[in-house]
Design a protein around this ligand. Structure first.
Ligand SMILES: *Cc1c(COP(=O)(O)O)cnc(C)c1O
Length: 391
């Protein structure tokens, strides 16, 4: 008999009942150190006092009104995002997938309104992940995500990661945009080298294409800058944000320049829940903390400590780990045994990690991880590796 919850997940036999900072308490009382953060969502850890205050304070005033009316919390959060980024304007969604939907619509409308309606194609890359909607799976294009769900939304050209010749050749008169993650998350923590992101920006400028960045996972301070593309010193035209921006409350956003967004006039897009007072009150509290130089420099310090520890862990367990990769607190360990076995061994050592493609385990801790917690995480990873290494 089918379970009452649609069985689309292979769930671990763990039930967490409470979260405190970087820690998760299981129903049986065990305390797990959380290097998953709900897949890069709990950017400020669990039950951060400022987020609890923002959420409960807003909950006592007003939860939801609809976008038929002005929403001051939404305007406040949009102002903060515009002040801190390349963007001139923001649309709020409830998820990364919905941000992908709007990014695709925005790019198409941009060309439609410029009398180039044939420029509907968007170039995307192998190993990418842009969500589970029809546009999201068509954009990523992998067999794993698309099989059985056809006909797929047309208009995506899938290229191999790093194939520069194929990229140049793919830019024809029907291409309107390039969509890429600055650091692939689900794909196995694959950072796009800064030079490549610069190269993509130049290519877009040369051909008049829109550069769309998916920073759903790598954004909001995860790499040690507010957004990952800042490391390369380039700016996108459109950017998708979600996960960390709500700190655990469902919230996403599309950020855009005035020009890229010019087609999105009244009536062209909408959302019932997107940007409601509750979500935006929490999002604003997240921004107030994450978008400060002090917070981001702490993230970089912690990232350096964790990275260094992981490098020695790899060196001392060559039969378990192959390499460390990633950026900031978005790190991956390429595994030799099946990554799911490494994730399970880490559970036994009371440590939460997240599997990704390419046989990688992801470390996506709360950005508030302390120095002591870094040391504890390394001890637990070491214990997990010992349990897997041949005796
Ligand atoms: C998680 C993710 C998405 C989809 O976000 P949802 O909130 O699950 O819809 C899109 N892009 C990237 C890069 C992601 O990591």
């Amino acid at each position: 008999m089918i379970p009452s919850v649609l069985p689309t997940y292979n769930r671990a036999p763990l039930t967490f009942v409470k979260g405190e900072g970087s820690w998760l308490v299981e129903a049986d009382g065990r305390r797990f150190l959380d290097l998953g953060a709900g897949i890069a969502v709990n950017a400020l850890g669990h039950a951060h006092p400022a987020l609890v205050a923002a959420l409960t304070g807003q909950a006592q005033q007003l939860w939801h009104v609809s976008n038929l009316y002005r929403i001051p919390q939404q305007e406040m959060l949009a102002d903060k995002l515009v002040a801190a980024t390349f963007a001139d304007t923001v649309f709020f969604t409830n998820s990364g997938t919905e941000a992908c939907e709007l990014a695709v619509k925005m790019a198409r409308k941009y060309w439609h309104d410029r009398n180039r309606p044939e420029r509907t194609d968007i170039i995307t890359f192998e190993g990418s992940f842009h969500g589970r909607s029809s546009a999201g799976i068509a954009a990523a294009g992998s067999e794993k995500m698309t099989k059985g769900f056809g006909p797929l939304l047309p208009g995506f050209i899938h290229l191999l990661w790093g194939d520069h010749d194929a990229l140049r050749a793919a830019i024809t008169d029907t291409v309107g945009a390039i969509l890429i993650e600055p650091v692939q998350g689900e794909g196995g923590i694959r950072p796009l080298p800064d030079q490549c992101l610069k190269g993509l920006r130049d290519l877009c400028d040369e051909h008049g294409l829109l550069l769309i960045l998916d920073e759903v996972q790598c954004g909001m301070g995860r790499t040690g800058r507010l957004f990952a593309h800042e490391w390369a010193g380039v700016e996108p035209d459109i950017m998708m944000v979600a996960k960390g921006i709500g700190g655990g409350f469902p919230l996403g956003a599309v950020l855009a320049t005035e020009q890229a967004a010019s087609g999105m006039t009244a009536g062209t897009h909408g959302s019932t829940y997107g940007g409601n007072p509750l979500a935006c009150a929490v999002g604003a509290a997240v921004m107030d903390i994450v978008a400060t130089p002090e917070f981001l420099s702490e993230v970089n310090r912690r990232a350096g400590q964790l990275r260094q520890g992981l490098e020695s862990l790899v060196a001392s367990h060559p039969s378990v780990f192959e390499a460390v990769r990633g950026s900031g607190l978005m790190l991956g360990l390429k595994c030799k045994p099946a990554n799911l076995d490494v994730v399970a061994a880490a559970y036994d050592a009371l440590l939460i990690t997240v599997p990704a493609a390419d046989n990688v385990i992801r470390l996506l801790p709360p950005l508030t991880l302390t120095e002591d917690e870094v040391a504890e995480a390394l001890r637990r990873l070491d214990a997990a590796a010992r349990s897997l290494a041949p005796a």
